[in-house]
Design a protein around this ligand. Structure first.
Ligand SMILES: *[C@@H]1O[C@H](CO)[C@@H](O)[C@H](O)[C@H]1NC(C)=O
Ligand SMILES: *[C@@H]1O[C@H](CO)[C@@H](O)[C@H](O)[C@H]1NC(C)=O
Ligand SMILES: *[C@@H]1O[C@H](CO)[C@@H](O)[C@H](O)[C@H]1NC(C)=O
Ligand SMILES: *[C@@H]1O[C@H](CO)[C@@H](O)[C@H](O)[C@H]1NC(C)=O
Ligand SMILES: *[C@@H]1O[C@H](CO)[C@@H](O)[C@H](O)[C@H]1NC(C)=O
Ligand SMILES: *[C@@H]1O[C@H](CO)[C@@H](O)[C@H](O)[C@H]1NC(C)=O
Ligand SMILES: *[C@@H]1O[C@H](CO)[C@@H](O)[C@H](O)[C@H]1NC(C)=O
Ligand SMILES: *[C@@H]1O[C@H](CO)[C@@H](O)[C@H](O)[C@H]1NC(C)=O
Ligand SMILES: *[C@@H]1O[C@H](CO)[C@@H](O)[C@H](O)[C@H]1NC(C)=O
Length: 581
């Protein structure tokens, strides 16, 4: 367009569309906490001016380490009879450049067999050039690091406090922070295959395997009460399967992680499987790890015919060793996302239920068993539109009720799952009796809300047609997901990712979860990747206002859910205390 045309257009526009509509304001929104006796007009006075503002120094205060710890089960020595006979051994670290080879080739679980696992995984460009090769002694937190930043201008506006025992934690997962990928006997996992197409990004991550003492010291200094971590199955059982030897170095490591957390005055919680499925379950064709699943976005191999027994065996080893000191175990992290097909879902549910029964009935643990779910709360784009509401219910139930109906309610899969996967193995009444009520807490990772419509506006039937057509572009959720409300505005302030700040939807979500699945809820992950954070200078990253707003607003809405809506929320874990990869 030439500028003269532009001017002409502007002229026309201003002639036709001079500001005709004034936004009708009715004054400030109500502030019930404010005094009603304010005078109507300010009074103005001159005074001598002088500077009065100064920094308020705020420092964290050290508290003495605890002198007692609670216990939740008998000691390992009293529980070992619950395990089949197991053997313990240690392996070394894999070096693809090694010029000598192990000679114990007749031992199916010897050094040679262990090395062969890594040669088979053959992770590309494997250099493992971490800085550390042994556990680092923690340095104490310098007092300069205990100096807190200036207070945020906006703080809580409600008058509620968190109930006693509320968990304020931080969360992590083994493959995302540990590093030491092929060291001290750890076997290869799905992550060492996926790295071929750049997911994950490297082998080293934060070297938490060696730096955990330092990390834990700093998390304690931040004032976190709980420390949530996952155990790498392949660090405990490099050969994964029942009857194979346990890696003593792996057990020793996590045992010391737990003791270090307790010594710092925090409480450990453990996730048994957070995406890092051992390599063995991919059978003879490791490329199957890249096969696009029908349900989630990565093939976690849960559908493997040997998976359930092997998971239960692994869980028994962990629980007999660590239940005395660990009050909460999460069996699976976000199982839907790594479910390949309907059998994957079934195997997760069966494995979870068996682990629960082992813990409660045989081990007689007094702690809690839970499972963590993904589902960024689907909200109808237009809450007055029946088809939008239907679509949102379909979306949430497919992701949650598929697991939660059986596990929490002892009820069958929801229609959304049954219609989408008519090949599912039906749950019998006996199955449901065994599976029902096998979780003490519902773990949810409610990062954000997402806006839902049917793929075709107002068309409920279209959702069902999609659900029966695996080629449909929207399969298996069969809804449209968007980030804008019915008037075209984003539903919240945006992060670098799919996360928008949507605190009021969180409050509604907590009500949905509690009233639908009838169990106490724990927020097991939530967080906000600030837009372009890595491009900022360090002081600008550290002054973290967007993330503060995210956490402050979410926690305020959690309080309202608890005190005004009667929703039993037990805790909240920030994701994450460290960068992932
Ligand atoms: C204001 O400052 C002037 C000059 O310093 C001083 O004479 C006067 O007393 C001050 N007035 C008050 C109210 O402090
Ligand atoms: C376990 O091993 C011990 C000692 O080797 C043996 O006496 C016992 O019979 C074994 N138990 C089982 C169930 O195999
Ligand atoms: C293997 O050799 C390469 C090339 O010299 C080197 O970059 C790498 O660090 C070595 N890997 C290990 C595990 O020592
Ligand atoms: C391995 O290194 C080569 C050469 O630097 C590079 O081209 C390739 O992308 C790397 N592969 C992976 C998976 O990182
Ligand atoms: C399932 O896992 C076992 C190892 O436990 C493996 O031998 C088998 O080949 C796997 N099955 C498939 C279909 O990949
Ligand atoms: C291995 O799995 C991949 C992905 O599913 C498939 O394309 C390939 O044909 C399989 N190879 C063999 C030998 O079965
Ligand atoms: C929302 O749905 C109601 C009921 O169908 C309709 O009357 C209203 O116009 C819709 N809102 C928008 C913005 O489309
Ligand atoms: C669903 O998404 C598709 C593709 O983005 C779009 O064409 C369609 O209009 C959307 N449907 C609704 C009801 O928003
Ligand atoms: C299934 O979806 C594909 C892709 O959209 C479409 O080509 C095909 O006609 C659909 N099949 C049925 C039976 O609707």
């Amino acid at each position: 367009m030439k500028s003269s045309e532009c001017l002409a257009l502007l002229a026309t526009a201003s002639a036709t569309y001079a500001q005709q509509i004034y936004i009708d304001t009715t004054g400030p929104t109500p502030r019930p906490q404010c005094s009603a006796t304010l005078t109507a007009q300010p009074s103005f006075t001159f005074r001598n001016f002088s500077f009065t503002l100064s920094d308020t120094v705020r420092t964290a205060t050290s508290v003495p380490p605890p002198t007692t710890t609670s216990i939740y089960a008998a000691a390992y020595s009293d529980l070992s009879s619950l395990l089949p006979n197991i053997s313990y051994t240690t392996w070394g670290s894999w070096n693809p450049n090694a010029t000598t080879t192990a000679s114990d080739t007749s031992d199916p679980y010897g050094q040679a067999a262990w090395t062969a696992l890594w040669e088979r995984a053959n992770p590309p460009n494997f250099t493992e050039t971490g800085v550390y090769s042994t556990t680092v002694s923690p340095t104490s937190v310098p007092s300069s690091e205990l100096l807190l930043p200036p207070r945020d201008y906006f703080g809580p506006t409600d008058c509620y406090n968190f109930p006693e025992g509320f968990m304020f934690g931080v969360s992590s997962s083994a493959s995302q922070i540990e590093g030491a990928t092929a060291q001290e006997g750890k076997g290869p996992t799905l992550m060492d295959i996926l790295i071929q197409d750049d997911r994950p990004k490297d082998y080293v991550t934060n070297e938490n395997y060696y730096l955990y003492k330092q990390d834990i010291e700093r998390i304690a200094a931040m004032g976190a009460r709980e420390y949530s971590f996952s155990i790498a199955w392949s660090r405990i059982l490099p050969f994964a399967l029942p009857g194979t030897p346990v890696n003593q170095a792996g057990l020793d490591h996590y045992s010391d992680v737990i003791d270090t957390v307790l010594a710092a005055g925090m409480i450990p919680t453990v996730t048994l499987l957070h995406f890092d499925t051992p390599l063995q379950f991919y059978g003879s064709n490791l490329s199957s790890a890249f096969e696009a699943p029908l349900i989630g976005y990565v093939n976690g191999a849960y559908q493997n015919e040997t998976f359930v027994d092997a998971f239960v065996n692994y869980a028994k080893i962990i629980m007999t060793h660590f239940s005395q000191k660990v009050p909460i175990f999460f069996t699976f992290n976000e199982p839907l996302l790594y479910s390949y097909n309907s059998q994957s879902v079934r195997n997760v549910i069966d494995a979870h239920a068996r682990v629960y029964h082992f813990y409660k009935d045989e081990l007689k643990g007094t702690g809690q068993i839970s499972i963590k779910f993904n589902d960024n709360f689907g909200v109808p784009q237009n809450v007055s539109n029946e088809a939008d509401v239907y679509a949102a219910n379909h979306f949430n139930s497919f992701q949650l009720a598929t697991f939660c109906n059986p596990i929490f309610l002892g009820e069958d899969y929801p229609d959304s799952f049954k219609q989408t996967f008519p090949d599912h193995v039906p749950l019998t009444p006996e199955d449901l009796k065994y599976i029902g009520g096998t979780a003490d807490l519902l773990g949810i990772d409610p990062y954000t809300a997402t806006v839902i419509t049917p793929p075709i506006a107002d068309d409920i039937d279209g959702i069902m047609e999609c659900a029966s057509n695996t080629s449909d572009v929207n399969f298996p959720y069969c809804v449209n997901q968007t980030t804008v409300n019915q008037y075209g505005w984003d539903i919240g302030y945006r992060s670098q990712s799919y996360v928008y700040i949507t605190p009021t939807y969180l409050r509604e979500y907590l009500g949905y979860l509690y009233n639908t699945f009838r169990a106490p809820v724990v927020i097991t992950e939530f967080g906000f990747p600030v837009f372009a954070e890595a491009e900022k200078d360090l002081p600008d990253q550290l002054f973290d206002t967007p993330r503060s707003i995210y956490y402050l607003s979410y926690m305020s809405e959690v309080l309202k859910a608890i005190w005004e809506d009667g929703v039993d929320v037990r805790g909240a874990f920030a994701w994450s205390f460290a960068d992932n990869w």
